[in-house]
Design a protein around this ligand. Structure first.
Ligand code: HEM
Length: 229
């Protein structure tokens, strides 16, 4: 008897791209909400801390304790792992389909963002690990009190710790390039498949990435310059 192994639909190229898209959308939604939430730092310490404590109470009384927070953390972790696994599988497959490497890779092949997706992704992952130890657990933060997020943020980006702001800036810019490429792919698929449609998708992706980066970076720079203290 001949046993033929069939590949599950999710492992097809289209399936893997769908995994990239769905997990990408989940992560982008989190980023948009996180960026908007961070801007509450401009409303003062009491308001920001109150908001941060409220984040832990979402879902109550339907869900007990900090269940929602842990469900959110679980969903984000699964999304990150699936996003990386699908990206790796797709990259391996495209290399396998082209066994002889280009002797000189043409410069025009793919955009700058497309070519740097892998390294951008690695920088973002390292940043998130640092960021969690900094502002969630407090281990790498001068104040490091999880019940006082405003004080943690202000201590983090103090002028004498300019290198922390520099590191955050580099990571957020890497995130911007990554998002520009991801958003461009999504908008191009959704829009008209014409040169004009592609130009529009490119502009929309650029505007989206710049707005998100600016929204994130305004917080560290407000602390660095003394606007928030
Ligand atoms: C650059 C400006 C940013 C600031 C000021 C900032 C601030 C914060 C703060 C204060 C917390 C702790 C919230 C709390 O525990 O009450 C937090 C958590 C977090 N941030 Fe950021 N963040 C920034 C950028 C980012 C970026 C770019 C990412 C992702 C690439 C990110 C991902 C996260 C995650 C995953 C958590 C943990 C949420 C949880 O507790 O489950 N943050 N951030």
């Amino acid at each position: 008897m001949v046993v033929t192994r069939t590949r599950s639909p999710i492992r097809s190229n289209v399936g893997l791209k769908a995994v990239m898209a769905v997990t990408g959308i989940i992560l982008v939604l989190f980023l948009i909400l996180h960026m908007i939430g961070n801007l509450k730092v401009f409303t003062g310490e009491t308001s920001f801390d109150h908001y941060a404590h409220w984040l832990r109470d979402i879902g109550k009384p339907l869900l007990p304790g900090v269940w929602f927070l842990w469900i959110q953390r679980g969903v984000l972790t699964v999304a990150v792992v699936a996003h990386i696994a699908a990206a790796t599988a797709l990259a391996r497959r495209s290399r396998a389909a082209r066994p002889v490497r280009y002797a000189h890779r043409p410069k025009v092949q793919g955009s700058y963002a497309a070519r740097t997706m892998r390294w951008g992704g690695v920088i973002i992952l390292l940043f998130v690990i640092y960021h969690l130890l900094d502002l969630t657990t407090g281990h790498l933060n001068p104040v490091g009190d999880p019940t006082r997020p405003y004080a943690n943020v202000v201590a983090d980006f103090a002028p004498e710790r300019w290198y922390v702001t520099l590191f955050y800036t580099l990571a957020v810019v890497a995130l911007g390039f990554h998002l520009r490429h991801g958003a461009f792919s999504a908008f191009r698929s959704l829009g008209q498949q014409t040169p004009k449609g592609e130009r529009r998708a490119r502009t929309a992706a650029l505007v989206f990435a710049v707005a998100l980066c600016a929204g994130f970076l305004v917080v560290p720079f407000a602390v660095l310059t003394g606007l928030v203290s």
